[in-house]
Design a protein around this ligand. Structure first.
Ligand SMILES: [Zn+2]
Length: 366
């Protein structure tokens, strides 16, 4: 799992949470080696001991077969209800690995929720993710400038992440059946529900985790969006890599700044390069001055390859250290925040109405 992901989520698309590591395949006991050891041990004893050893070998073989049988029976079995997502009646053309694929909306959403949020998350958080993903998809369908021939693509740097069902089941290992059922219920139990602001589908942006609060859309992209306002977010130390650190040499820092801001004046040591910081709502950097040039916290995040715009900067004569909190552009729903709210008893409606200001959750109009 890379520590730094391409910060492409600052355009507009969703930033996925970091994926859980795939479950390790259980190491099977080498039954034949056990038998070999027993035989070898028995051969040094008398005939009675040898006979006893052979009986033991036979018993071990039976136990081994029994265990294997049990293991096979314990393999994940996809439950019947897993295949019975409601048919929303809507189909999407999805660009997947260079090919146009026709997908039923809820099947597409199953793959998005499975890819965008750890299936171990609380059920209400998964439901919030399903509604956000449905809203994002229906809002974007038909207006995807990057690929006008497709409603959506499966590249998370452009649209939403998506994973094939077989791949997800394989990644989940022994949890496959339970996790598949959670994702299915998240999609099915929110069937046809979308997030509306004054009756229109919203741009349902989400990100992995925030500092003390989410960001105003205006602070990140310059345009104020009434339902994408900074709100407090309850996640914290339970988030993997919640705090991260980036250390750049003076030379690397200079090159990064000049590549983005050729007009910046960088004289002497890095301690001279950084000017005042103005905070944004939610605790992120609003603006920062780099060599006399004012950039937004979101731009600084891109320039220095930081996981979020919630950072502090400590320049010395030789290097510059950034301490960063959270992951993603910080706008809209925080996925780890949603999980923390759900763990504290909030419903998916509470979560969505917390992170998207002034919205309603209703059946999709039209
Ligand atoms: Zn796309």
């Amino acid at each position: 799992m890379p520590d730094i992901k391409t910060p492409a989520d600052s355009a507009t698309p969703a930033a996925p949470v970091e994926r859980e590591p795939s479950a390790q395949a259980p190491k099977k006991a080498p039954a034949n080696q056990v038998r070999a050891r027993k035989k070898s041990s028995g051969s040094r004893k008398g005939p009675v001991a040898l006979a006893a050893s052979l009986v033991l070998v036979f018993v071990l073989l039976l136990i081994s077969l029994g265990l294997r049988q049990g293991k096979e029976e314990a393999q994940p079995v996809v439950p019947a209800q897993e295949l019975t997502l409601p048919d929303s009646g809507r189909h999407l053309t999805v660009l997947q690995d260079g090919e146009l694929v026709d997908m039923e909306l809820n099947e597409y959403l199953w793959g998005v929720v499975a890819a965008e949020m750890p299936a171990s998350f609380e059920q209400e958080a998964l439901k919030a993710q399903a509604v956000a993903a449905r809203t994002y998809a229906l809002n974007k369908a038909g207006h995807a400038a990057n690929h006008p021939e497709a409603d959506l693509c499966t590249d998370y740097t452009c649209c939403q992440a998506w994973i094939a069902r077989d791949t997800a089941l394989s990644n989940w290992g022994e949890n496959a059946a339970a996790y598949a059922d959670k994702i299915t219920r998240a999609v099915a139990e929110t069937n046809n529900e979308v997030i509306l602001y004054e009756g229109s589908l919203i741009s349902a942006l989400f990100h992995s985790s925030s500092g003390e609060g989410t960001q105003d859309a205006e602070a990140v992209w310059g345009n104020s969006v009434p339902y994408l306002q900074s709100v407090p977010s309850p996640e914290g130390e339970e988030v993997p890599n919640y705090h991260s650190e980036v250390i750049l040499t003076a030379q690397a820092c200079r090159e990064a700044i000049l590549a983005a801001c050729p007009e910046a004046v960088l004289e002497g040591e890095p301690t001279n390069w950084f000017g005042p910081v103005t905070p944004a709502n939610g605790g992120s950097v609003g603006t920062i001055v780099l060599g006399g040039v004012t950039v937004s916290g979101a731009q600084a995040r891109q320039i220095f390859g930081l996981r979020s715009a919630n950072f502090t900067v400590e320049p010395t004569a030789e290097a510059v250290t950034f301490q960063v909190t959270g992951f993603g552009h910080g706008v809209g729903m925080s996925q780890y925040g949603a999980n923390a709210m759900a763990a504290d008893g909030s419903s998916y409606l509470d979560i969505l109405q917390h992170y998207y200001t002034g919205v309603t959750v209703d059946p999709c109009p039209g």
